[in-house]
Design a protein around this ligand. Structure first.
Ligand code: SF4
Length: 389
């Protein structure tokens, strides 16, 4: 597909204020760089407005276009796929025929917006990119310097591609940015290992929730509060844990719906084998690819609007955030430990892309993780969660 910067004919707007990570402005969809990744094997729903635009095409074109669409009983219209998994509109040149023939305005909302995730907060929008897009992932994750955020006024995108933020986030929209920037500052404190930064974030959110509820203070008070509860640099390092590794192995098996390959015996073997080298593998992984993992954490935090990503309050959101991150990191640790070697950047990106696809595009996996985060860590405080995970 080509770059999708269009908006529907009916929704011409001039400009919008967008707060986003700086890498967003450099993103250009490039199907030849990613093998048109998002146009293969994924369900591509056709929203009602796009369906109506296509239905108004001249009859000859309409017939050709609708021969590539299918109506599913429970989910509505979507594009057909070729035997090789490619969307039926994907041309041999890697470009979308709908876009090249009729223009961006004829794309379904999902194709117009992906990999962007945009939330409207009244007069401004927060936007970032999903890490399932390989081109976006390279832009966001590979820079060695900490991810920066800025607001720009830019030409407006299609309004129907915007997502409504959760009400709790909307209610504090004037204070939201200060909270997000403070959480990001904690995650980007490179004087400490990433695990301690997560612990700091968990404590910070727990204190905010207990002290202020949803009446958040201003940026200076947030900064002072974060400073006061910084974990000591010498906080004891978590050692290898057979229980944790078995838990993570079992979680991955459940996420990949591959329980039959992960019998209790096999999980025990895996955990025993990993616990011998986990600490070293983790240290090595973070010493070389720590910036990638930090960027992933920061991007996820912003993209999913933590601490408003799930119901249940700030601490519940922290649990989900940590579990998702650990689920993304675990395949890297597994690979590094089993090969007893350091991973190259391409392998890291490939493994992260795979798990993010699983978590983002498979509703069952996403729901499973939410349920596990809520149930398995029900009574735990941030310190307990971080010493287990
Ligand atoms: S995966 Fe990303 S770069 Fe590739 S076609 Fe999709 S949006 Fe474009």
């Amino acid at each position: 597909m080509g770059e999708r910067t269009g908006q529907s004919n009916q929704e011409e707007q001039s400009e919008e204020r967008v707060f986003a990570p700086s890498y967003l402005w450099e993103f250009r969809c490039n199907g030849s760089a990613c093998g048109s990744h998002c146009c293969r094997d994924w369900r591509i729903p056709v929203d009602t407005a796009a369906w109506e635009r296509l239905a108004r095409l001249p009859s000859k074109d309409r017939k050709a276009v609708f021969s590539k669409l299918v109506e599913k009983e429970d989910t509505g219209w979507e594009t057909k796929h070729e035997e090789n998994g490619a969307c039926s509109f994907l041309g041999a040149d890697g470009l979308c025929c709908l876009q090249t023939t009729y223009g961006e305005a004829y794309l379904p909302d999902i194709c117009d917006s992906y990999p962007r995730v945009s939330y409207r907060f009244g007069d401004f929008i927060e936007r970032s990119l999903a890490m399932t897009c390989p081109v976006a992932a390279r832009l966001a994750l590979l820079p060695d310097s900490p991810m920066r955020f800025e607001e720009r006024t830019v030409p407006a995108r299609r309004a129907s591609s915007l997502t409504h933020p959760p009400m709790e986030a909307l209610l504090i929209r004037e204070k939201l940015r200060a909270l997000q920037l403070q959480m990001i500052a904690i995650l980007q404190d490179r004087t400490r290992p990433l695990r301690l930064r997560f612990l700091h974030l968990g404590r910070f959110l727990a204190v905010l929730e207990a002290r202020y509820g949803n009446r958040l203070p201003d940026a200076e008070v947030l900064a002072a509060c974060a400073e006061n509860i910084k974990p000591a640099a010498e906080t004891r390092r978590r050692g290898p844990s057979y229980t944790r590794l078995r838990y993570m192995g079992e979680l991955m098996a459940a996420l990949y719906e591959a329980e039959e390959n992960y019998t209790p015996g096999r999980l025990n073997e895996l955990a025993a084998c990993l616990s011998e080298c986990e600490t070293e593998s983790e240290k090595l992984l973070h010493s070389i690819h720590g910036h990638i993992l930090e960027n992933l954490a920061v991007n996820e935090l912003f993209l999913r609007l933590y601490p408003f990503s799930c119901a249940g309050g700030f601490l519940a959101n922290f649990k989900l955030f940590v579990l998702r991150f650990r689920a993304a990191e675990f395949p890297l640790l597994l690979k590094a430990s089993s090969k007893n070697t350091q991973l190259d950047v391409e392998t890291v990106l490939l493994l992260l892309g795979r798990i993010m696809e699983k978590l983002d595009h498979n509703r069952t996996a996403g729901e499973l993780l939410k349920r596990r985060a809520a149930e398995d860590f029900d009574e735990m405080e941030a310190d307990e969660i971080m010493s287990f995970l």
